[in-house]
Design a binder for this molecule. Structure first.
Ligand SMILES: N[C@@H](CCC(=O)N[C@@H](CS)C(=O)NCC(=O)O)C(=O)O
Ligand code: FES
Length: 109
């Protein structure tokens, strides 16, 4: 299976996927830490967190997959949402909560 296939499987088989540096418990970059905090603030309980620092193939492959040059990257229901700046904007205007609600990932937002 190619890296692109692995990524496609991850985002297809998990409602919420966060490609990040480090883990939700120990983020290894401020941008990834912010992304984790925003998901928590939205009430997301289940997320597949993929540590790109543990796999350089994924680290580069995800940029190609999404056509987006940086980490973190959030996917909801197989759809690329954005990085931490976009997540923060969408959280502030309520769009992210709505998207998670529509996806059936959180009850009340
Ligand atoms: N403003 C960006 C911040 C993310 C960013 O600049 N990430 C850099 C540094 S962590 C990155 O992924 N560089 C490529 C790499 O490390 O592979 C966002 O909204 O997500
Ligand atoms: S690891 Fe240096 S900015 Fe993210």
């Amino acid at each position: 299976m190619s890296i692109q296939d692995v990524i496609r499987d991850q985002v297809t088989n998990n409602d919420v996927v966060l490609y990040m540096k480090g883990s939700p418990q120990f983020p290894q970059c401020g941008f990834s830490s912010a992304a984790v905090q925003i998901l928590k603030a939205c009430g997301v309980k289940e997320v597949l967190a993929v540590n790109v620092l543990a796999d350089d193939g994924i680290r580069q492959g995800i940029k190609e997959f999404s056509n987006w040059p940086t980490i973190p990257q959030l996917y909801i229901k197989g759809e690329f949402v954005g990085g931490s700046d976009i997540m923060r904007e969408m959280y502030q205007n309520g769009e992210l909560q709505q998207m998670l609600k529509d996806a059936g990932v959180v009850q009340d937002a």
